[in-house]
Ligand binder design. Sequence first.
Ligand SMILES: [Ca+2]
Length: 459
Amino acid sequence: MSGQNRMRLQLTPTLKAKTQVRQRLLAGGSMLAVALLFGIGVFMYGNFGNSHEAFASTSNNMGFENGTSDWTSSAGSWSSDNTTCRSGTSSLKNAATTTAARNYNNNANANTPASGTNYITVIAWAKGNNANGRVKLGAYNASTSTESTQASYTTINSSSWTQVTYTVAATNSKIYYPVVYGMESSGTGNIYIDDVTIFTSTSSTSDVTDPGAPTTFSASVSGSSPTLNWTAGTDAASGINGALVLRASGITTTDVPVNNQTTYSASSSQVGPTSITSGGTTWSVVYNGTNTNTFSDASTLSTGAYTYLVYMKDKAGNFTTSSTGVSSGRTHVFIGGSTTSTISTTVSIDGLYIPSGNTLQITSAGSLTIRTGSSLTINGIFEQIGQVTNSGTIIIGSTGTYKYNRNGGAGAGVPLPTCTWQTGSTCIISGITANVPSNIGQSFSNFTWNCASQTASLH
Ligand SMILES: [Ca+2]
């Protein structure tokens, strides 16, 4: 029998080999015995599918937005669900009993490196509809038809999503895919699975730590196409694997939490949510890929102001401060024409690009912090009525104006931020009543003092 199988493998294309693996899995509990029987033959399975990636692509319906596509049930009752989802509008549901149910994705292949000590990690999110739901994970070695499975189940609940992680030592130069199991400790119930990830790393522990924030931003616009550049954050556990970029119209100052392990979709080849609504604002997913320090927006953008948020992403699918969104990189960009926008809340930014003809005003209620390392380019008008704290670089271009439109405050008061004043740039001091702002001795190009409400002669 073993000999027959080897012969068939030699004569059949890779798709057939894949089908044979599926059939074996359907056989269920005798898998290990099957693997021993076909130990020589299965060695030849190594070439099927889209397996030649350093880690598994999360585009193979790992968030179940394509229903149950790519996933195969080998035990139990599984279906697509649209009522209980962690991300997007769809999850995987198990009509669970006290007998273990099993489902796997043999298109989400993780291919281990040829050398070194390597591990496979599988991460999934699960929720139940009672207190009896149990979930465990496995990593199926498709090259040898053997599976490593968690020793015990994780108890899930009905009130929140539980992250289940599994890291196991891997054999080099093999193909793995993720396996999920569900069951009830008693009775019956529903178990929902969403946002699965599989990847290889050299770490023996599962990476559940968000990567560091991106820093030192700059933004520019060519025509109507903004380009953002930044310095990548770092990730000690699994390593940086790219970035996620969101865009909203207008100057939007709220922070946007994102879900780890979620395939946010910025292209037709990705299956997942294409936008995030947070605080009443809808953010478009404009990039989710392997770029670590730059993004050019090729969208056709109409005249106006836009806000970009940049999150670093690691191999485990964790995003920068996913739970709060606070430390995502925030950059404002103006496109074309004569847009006036305001900031009337407390916000930190990492980049700003204002072309000629546009105005950004920090109102009396506004407090803007320019974070360390960031670079702001102002060729239009930047008007400060509220607070501005500058830890970055402000470049006032040849057509740019910094308008300090407020009183300077007592003592050190409210200083004029240090700027780089290019030839032709303008500093306008207005709104002074009794106090000159500190830090006013800078190398200006054009300087205007126009304080109609000034109450005293100031020196
Ligand atoms: Ca989903």
